[in-house]
Design a protein around this ligand. Sequence first.
Ligand code: NAD
Ligand code: TDX
Length: 348
Amino acid sequence: MTGGAGFIGSNFIRFIFQSGGFKGRVINIDKLTYAGNAESLADVQAAQGDRYVFERIDICDFDAVKNCLVKYDVDCIVHFAAESHVDRSIHGPAEFIQTNIVGTFNLLEVCRQVWNGRNDVLFHHVSTDEVFGSLGAEGYFYETTPYDPRSPYSASKASSDHIVNAYFHTYGMDITMSNCTNNYGPYQFPEKLIPVMLLNMLEDKPLPVYGDGMNIRDWLYVIDHCSGIWAIVCGGRLGETYNIGGENEWTNIDLVNRMCELTAEKTGKDKDHYKKLITYVKDRPGHDRRYAIKCDKIKNELGWKQSVTFDAGLSLTIDWYLNNQAWTDSIKSGEYLRWVDKNYGGRA
Ligand code: NAD
Ligand code: TDX
């Protein structure tokens, strides 16, 4: 696993041990950037003992990745590690090019050398629907939709997707790939829409809605993304990409209003209490208008489907943040960075 200390990776590791029937060992390699929190997996470490190993490694470091693959005889990589936040990619694209493009290339090169034509291995690449660009009011992204990325983040993910595909066609490397819509759930770094809104509500701070609030995203509970990836890793056809989506489109403003209502119910506030905090702010440059995905391929071929409704998922997510304030306090205070310094000697 790469990037297993991040939001989706940490949920995935917990998921495969608890529900996926996984019998092997996970080696989690993660650089621990600002978005990586190895403590998110303290419960897994305690429960799994030496079936869970953490290695602090930058995927761009060829020798370190190679030594790790050899040392643990790795036969499957699920590649989550990335710079993942669109706004950060606008302010500073360099890290996105480095980790998402060069890092993915580096991993593939290590695999090509170490696996050396083996056909009992798999490289699964985790990607995003943002590679397909921006939709108008109608239409959907299919696996066959031409790529049209528009932010440095999505352009870097699109590049990495192409490189992964090239390794399948050129070198015959066993790869699969998935492109997923917006995830939400526990352990999401508080820079993405849902945790930003929730944590601001809890501190009675303004809720910053970009532009006119009418941009549309398709939301999927993170565990449903994890079960989709697991289905592909276990049974996906080699060289194929699978869309994974929520089939659950919301304008940002409707979503924030719904969150305000649900959170007010849980904190005992008046129904409109949090809605009064909604503040329209300057739009994100190049803000994609709408994402919506068709995911019939994974449903028909692998029998995957979403299992968590949006109201249930939002409720679970709000409860998780309410019950795990130590996790967000540690992130907001920088305590988690100090923990990394203490345990791993300095920041990446
Ligand atoms: P995240 O930002 O929460 O976590 C990324 C993890 O990667 C962190 O633990 C970080 O420390 C690690 N990392 C970053 N650079 C690294 C490097 N050079 N070497 C090793 N580790 C490094 O991201 P996320 O939301 O969990 O996303 C995981 C993957 O899923 C990404 O590839 C992203 O593009 C993709 N994805 C995300 C979403 C979403 O809604 N969050 C949707 C579709 C696809
Ligand atoms: O404060 C905010 N206000 C706001 O209106 C934030 C953080 C976001 N937004 C808007 C921008 C988007 O239209 O909400 C929408 C969702 O924003 P993000 O949570 O930043 O997600 P998005 O840009 O859609 O990208 C996400 O989904 C696809 C992930 O960050 C990517 O990693 C993933 O590939």
